[in-house]
Design a protein around this ligand. Structure first.
Ligand SMILES: *Cc1c(COP(=O)(O)O)cnc(C)c1O
Length: 399
């Protein structure tokens, strides 16, 4: 490995050179079933023809123009997102971290324009992950994120995961918002139960706080709905999104309700490349696929493709956990954001799966994340389950 890359990652020695649908190929030509999906980014697997076509056509038309001019595809993407979600307005970014950072800025700015300008603190939950900007590591709060980067940005009050008593007692006169991931991704695929999310919404209403969600990982169909909060029937005030929206192209978005969006005026925020013609073309193409009938929603309220595949995968994983309780302790998550809480070391379990040709992602709490592309097919699920069975049987034989 070259010494000219900073050592921010402990990389797996796999040279990724090509992708095709649900499969990733390394430089030796070996094929892997890719249930890592670039950490929940490749929503439609690799080189999906609709995305490739949109990107190729846009590449021959216009790459970048700046947000000093109107970008028709960006306007269309914003219209479609607002039409399909809780939001009234959108700001486009290039990444999840930027979307989180602006969401946090919006909290402060919103209250400055109200009759409660002293509200600025944000309540977050233990083991959240929100990205790597100065504010995002402060919101996440874990020492492994903040170590060496002190002084940490002030204004975040952390409470234990889903602890409603702790949440209530953390609210002060200067509290402005509650900020969380509906399902903690990096933290170990820990979903907030829907009833807890609804309670958080009503606590926010009771105290005049904004509910701000980090749906960077859970958004854009990952849980079977456009956004995970829809599963709980909760309406947030601000949502930070990214990962799946660009399906591998750098794109993110901050979605907000009118009262929050109205505090943004010319000059109060910006991004040189956010929502560029290239990004907007890909975002629109992604929506063409995931908002099509039958993908998220089936006919007459029946589950769509993502939920059906999630059900199949989950049932198979439960069976594996049942057969190998010494290896897999629990299957958790929603939709195609699934975590296997392991009894063996998660990283060595992942290495075994990789040896058998299956890629997965690690997460906190000794969890292996199983993140298929949203357009995964039954045959891929069958293949993954077979690999998992073989890997578990092999581990048991070796023990
Ligand atoms: C990945 C992720 C981020 C950071 O996104 P980047 O695009 O890496 O900046 C923030 N929040 C959550 C929940 C994430 O999963």
């Amino acid at each position: 490995m070259t010494p000219h890359l900073m050592k921010a990652y402990n990389r797996i020695d796999l040279e990724a050179v090509r992708g095709e649908g649900a499969y990733l190929f390394d430089s030796a030509g070996r094929r892997y079933l890719d249930f890592l999906s670039g950490v929940a980014v490749n929503a439609l697997g690799h080189c999906h023809p609709v995305l490739v076509d949109a990107l190729r056509r846009q590449a021959e038309t216009l790459w970048h123009a700046s947000n000093l001019v109107r970008i028709p595809d960006q306007e269309r993407l914003a219209d479609r997102l607002c039409h399909a979600s809780f939001a009234d307005a959108v700001f486009f970014t290039n990444s999840g971290g930027e979307a989180v950072d602006f969401s946090l800025k919006l909290i402060r700015r919103y209250f400055k324009g109200t009759n409660e300008p002293g509200r600025w603190r944000v309540i977050t939950f233990d083991e959240g992950f929100h990205g790597r900007s100065m504010a995002a590591i402060a919101a996440g709060g874990q020492p492994k994120l903040t170590q060496g980067y002190e002084p940490v940005v002030d204004g975040f009050d952390r409470v234990p995961f889903a602890d409603m008593d702790a949440l209530r007692s953390a609210i002060r006169a200067d509290t402005a918002a509650v900020f969380l991931e509906p399902i903690q991704g990096e933290g170990g695929v820990r979903p907030f139960p829907p009833v807890i999310l609804r309670e958080i919404r009503s606590i926010c209403d009771e105290h005049g706080l904004l509910l701000v969600l980090d749906e960077v990982q859970t958004g854009f169909g990952r849980t079977g709905r456009l956004f995970a909060h829809e599963n709980a029937g909760v309406k947030p005030d601000i949502v930070a999104a990214a990962k799946g929206i660009g399906a591998g192209f750098p794109l993110g978005a901050v979605l907000a309700v009118t009262k929050v969006a109205d505090c943004v005026v010319p000059g109060s925020h910006g991004s040189t490349l956010g929502g560029s013609p290239l990004g907007a073309a890909v975002g629109n193409a992604l929506l063409d696929v995931i908002l099509a009938d039958g993908f998220l929603d089936g006919p007459d309220g029946a589950p769509g493709h993502v939920s059906r595949m999630a059900e199949e995968l989950r049932a198979g994983l439960q069976a594996i956990a049942g057969d190998h309780p010494d290896i897999v302790e629990e299957v958790r998550g929603t939709g195609l954001l699934i975590g296997l809480k392991c009894r063996v070391d998660n990283k060595s379990f992942m290495a075994t799966l990789r040896d058998h040709g299956l890629l997965t992602a690690p997460a906190g709490h000794n969890v292996v994340r199983v993140l298929p592309p949203l357009n995964v097919e039954q045959r891929h699920i069958d293949e993954a389950l077979q690999i998992l069975h073989q890997a578990c049987a092999g581990l048991r034989a070796a023990a």
